[in-house]
Ligand binder design. Structure first.
Ligand SMILES: NC(=O)c1ccc[n+]([C@@H]2O[C@H](COP(=O)([O-])OP(=O)(O)OC[C@H]3O[C@@H](n4cnc5c(N)ncnc54)[C@H](OP(=O)(O)O)[C@@H]3O)[C@@H](O)[C@H]2O)c1
Length: 415
């Protein structure tokens, strides 16, 4: 049995995907706001004999805090996710700023997809053929990203906000695939074409008339479902794919520009960092998930004169212990042999205002260092140490390395 998470699963395309999966015997978690729509979805699930396999998580995904809570809740309730299907959106003719100070469309259509894509990655990575299906409008080439005014403070139009949100999602896919070379998760950007759905939104007269006109010729949900179900059944071999109305797109052109994608990632993490940082304290589950992700860690040791010494390392986890490797004879190794006190700091790259500092004692080992280094290279780069850095491997690969096991005595931070 597979597990699907579907945002916007209470209506339109998302609901149809959710019910299809339930009919196939899978488990589905649907996220939405409206209790009446949720009730109708759960009734439909019950009538298919799927009460036990249908779940509803209420959340207003226009709030970053809510998107983060959803990540938390799903992380607590499930070990593995096979697919994340992103469908939530809500059109607004009039600009609205959320309680967190973000423009509503930007927050719902783009930021929530960013938070969920990165936040659920570790659960997805445990599945056999995991896929994130971001249903928006890839390659539509309309709109333009207003880098200095993403939230439309200096001029807002609902159609532009939606088009810009679609472009931001394209760039999200590009950067996601680039950042996670070792991940098995496939990212698929999919444009279903015009579909007759609920078209969730608050429309002025002009926009309402346009939607009505579009609905007259739009395809029914059942037809739009075909390429979507295809992707879920057969995720692509490549880390990233863009499909518009059943046609696979070339990942070229400004919509898929790698530099813009990196820039957007930086802008996004800054934006997310400014929103409701986590309360003090470290959640054990969140910390384990962070340590299992390819997060870079800063290790602090004590130098002979008592001064702090820091360096950045790849890390692994064994239970609550943190593992890494060091070159025998390096400053770190000499420091730790003399004084095993150590501190390891990890900070999720997409939430720079959160972190955990793990203070503890290091135990150095001489066995299995090269094996652990290869395992970490694969975790971080998708390749062995020699494949990843042939030059360094040729020059230093044969030199002895020690394993370091950090047993925590105290963990502090906000995570
Ligand atoms: N329909 C089309 O013609 C078309 C064309 C191109 C692309 N797409 C894309 O396809 C996807 C699905 O579209 P659709 O037309 O099927 O959608 P829809 O029928 O309008 O349904 C939107 C869904 O989003 C949820 N939602 C709205 N605001 C939310 C919020 N603040 N927090 C959480 N959930 C929220 C709604 O649930 P609640 O009311 O329960 O919150 C509903 O389940 C969208 O990403 C859209 O961009 C659609």
């Amino acid at each position: 049995m597979k597990t699907y998470v579907v945002t916007g699963g209470t209506d339109g395309i998302g609901r149809a995907v959710a019910l299809d999966r339930l009919a196939r015997g899978d488990e589905v978690v649907v996220i939405g706001r409206d209790p009446a729509k949720a009730g109708s979805f759960l009734d439909a699930a019950a009538s298919r004999g799927a009460t036990e396999r249908a779940h509803f998580v209420p959340a207003d995904l226009s709030l970053v805090g809510e998107a983060r809570r959803v990540v938390e809740e799903i992380g607590r309730r499930f070990d593995t996710i096979d697919a994340l299907v992103l469908c939530a959106r809500h059109y607004r003719s009039t600009r609205l700023v959320t309680a967190e100070g973000l423009e509503h469309n930007l927050a719902l259509f783009y930021l929530s997809r960013f938070v969920l894509s990165y936040g659920l990655l570790d659960l997805l990575d445990r599945a056999e053929r995991p896929v994130i299906l971001n249903i928006a409008g890839p390659g539509s080439g309309t709109g333009e990203i207003r880098w200095d005014d993403l939230g439309g403070e200096r001029g807002y139009h609902g159609a532009h906000a939606l088009a810009q949100g679609g472009q931001l999602n394209d760039l999200l896919g590009i950067e996601f695939a680039r950042r996670r070379p070792a991940s098995r998760v496939r990212y698929v950007l999919l444009h279903p074409g015009a579909v007759r759905t609920g078209h969730s939104g608050e429309y002025d007269a002009e926009a309402a008339a346009q939607v009505e006109a579009m609905r007259a010729t739009a395809q029914p949900v059942e037809r739009a479902l075909v390429p979507i179900l295809d992707v879920l059944a057969n995720p692509p071999a490549e880390p990233l794919a863009a499909i518009a109305m059943g046609r696979t797109l070339e990942l070229t052109g400004p919509e898929f520009d790698a530099d813009a994608a990196r820039r957007l990632y930086d802008v996004t993490t800054r934006l997310l960092g400014s929103v409701a940082p986590a309360a003090p304290g470290v959640s054990a589950g969140r910390l384990r998930r962070l340590l299992d992700s390819p997060v870079y860690a800063t290790v602090a040791t004590v130098a002979p004169d008592g001064a702090p010494h820091q360096s950045v390392v790849w890390i692994g986890r064994d239970g609550d212990d943190v593992l890494f490797v060091i070159a025998v004879g390096s400053r770190k190794e000499r420091n730790l042999r003399r004084d095993p006190r150590v501190s390891v700091l990890v900070c999720p790259p997409d939430q720079p205002y959160t972190y955990a500092a793990i203070h503890g004692t290091a135990t150095l080992g001489t066995e299995g260092g090269h094996r652990l280094r290869d395992a970490l290279a694969i975790k971080y780069t998708g390749r062995t140490y020699a494949e990843h850095n042939a030059d360094a491997a040729a020059r230093f690969g044969h030199l002895p390395v020690a394993t370091v096991r950090v047993t925590p005595s105290k963990i502090v931070g906000r995570l």
